[in-house]
Design a protein around this ligand. Structure first.
Ligand code: ATP
Ligand code: MG
Length: 363
């Protein structure tokens, strides 16, 4: 039998979990990342340890693949397009381009997908900043358009802020100003779409952050009104269709007090808030991403367990000792070389007992 090979751009924990899921389907993974200590390299059939803009290496990599996925958005566009000229890249470079820039993404969401977001303004000079700030009743968030993750590149501004000082200390990145949203809670939904347009949606989950980093995901989102659940499905479906998605897409949502949903951002890849699917669903988000990328039929997203997922950030990785002997907890360690504050080192899925209505990580 000829080997089936999936290319994964990015060798972090998401790449690692995509590769493990691929292996279960008999698919080999070739992983491209400039960092020789990439955690995904431990589970790859072949590694390509080059810079992302090394086009010769990208061409050789692409020629060895049936299909490719990426585990993060910050990939040079020329690299994505080169891969796509040689083998399928799913989601496509067009979708990647939209998601790389918060302004392009928000405009697309509003204009093409017809969904609601926080109000936003392009910000190219000091006057833009002042105007947006006043438009939003002096309560806003200033974000870099590119390269943000885990809340990096963001600044909350309110009536106590000194805008002139803030502007002088910025380092010339392109910016967007968003209205500050007083949401009830944060939710997310993951959708996959296959080459023939079939789509499958995972249950809507609740996300809790600590220091701007995802701390816990509760699946399904507790006490979710059925109308809100339905509208979350309508929203993700219309985004996936507007994008002409083939692959996996995560959608972060703000739930308002009246049940209205605003889209915060999208990520065309497996998402941290989908790690619960590894133990909660018939098909994990990682397997789904492999299936969609390879052009195979999607798997069932049926939930067979309720789950509370907790990230192990920095030294929290030591919590493993507490849970390793407890059969209700499933442990995942990413094999990163150094423990650093704010670094995602692993996660634990707590499998919630049947008929329990207590959605807690610890009890
Ligand atoms: P991540 O990598 O965690 O997804 P990110 O750096 O890409 O984050 P966002 O998702 O845009 O950035 O924002 C991070 C968090 O900041 C959100 O999960 C939310 O808690 C808060 N936040 C972002 N935008 C707004 C807003 N307009 N109003 C209120 N809170 C916001
Ligand atoms: Mg986010």
């Amino acid at each position: 039998m000829v080997d089936k090979v999936l290319g994964i751009i990015g060798g972090g924990q998401l790449g690692r979990m995509i590769a493990l899921a691929a292996a279960h389907l008999g698919v080999k993974s070739h992983i491209f990342d400039p960092d020789p200590d990439s955690p995904a390299f431990d589970v790859a059939s072949k590694v390509f340890n080059y810079e992302f803009d090394n086009i010769d290496a990208i061409k050789t990599f692409s020629k060895s693949l049936n299909s490719a996925v990426y585990e993060f958005e910050n990939i040079p566009m020329n690299t994505a397009k080169t891969i796509e000229s040689i083998c399928p890249l799913r989601p496509s470079s067009k979708i990647l381009a939209i998601s790389q820039d918060r302004l392009t993404e928000k405009k697309f969401l509003v204009d093409n997908a017809n969904v609601k977001t926080a109000e936003f303004r392009e910000c190219n000079n000091f006057k833009d900043l002042v105007n947006a700030f006043n438009d939003f009743d002096q309560s806003a968030i200033l974000k870099t358009r590119r390269l943000g993750y885990d809340g990096k590149g963001q600044l909350r501004i309110n009536k106590d802020s000194n805008l002139e000082e803030i502007w002088q200390n910025l380092d010339g990145d392109k910016l967007i100003v968003e209205q500050y949203i007083h949401f009830k809670r944060e939710l997310s939904v993951i959708i996959a779409r296959s080459i023939d347009g079939d789509s499958k949606i995972y249950d809507c989950v609740e996300n809790k952050h600590k220091n701007h980093i995802l701390d816990e995901t509760i699946a399904p989102a507790p006490n979710l009104d059925s109308k809100v659940r339905d509208s979350s499905k309508v929203i993700v479906t219309s985004i996936a269709e507007a994008l002409n998605l083939i692959g996996l897409l995560a959608v972060e949502l703000f739930e308002m007090d009246d049940g209205e949903l605003l889209v915060n951002e999208i990520a065309p890849r497996p998402h941290n808030s989908g790690h619960w699917t590894m133990d909660g669903c018939i098909t994990s988000q990682f397997e789904q991403s492999v299936r969609a990328s390879m052009g195979w039929p999607l798997g069932s997203t049926l939930r067979n367990h309720d789950i509370v997922m907790k990230n192990l950030i920095g030294k929290e990785v030591d919590l493993v000792d507490t849970f390793i002997n407890d059969s209700r907890y499933k442990i995942y360690i990413y094999g990163k070389k150094d423990i650093r504050e704010d670094r995602k080192m692993g996660h634990i899925n707590r499998i919630i007992e049947k008929n329990s209505n207590i959605f807690k990580f610890m009890s």
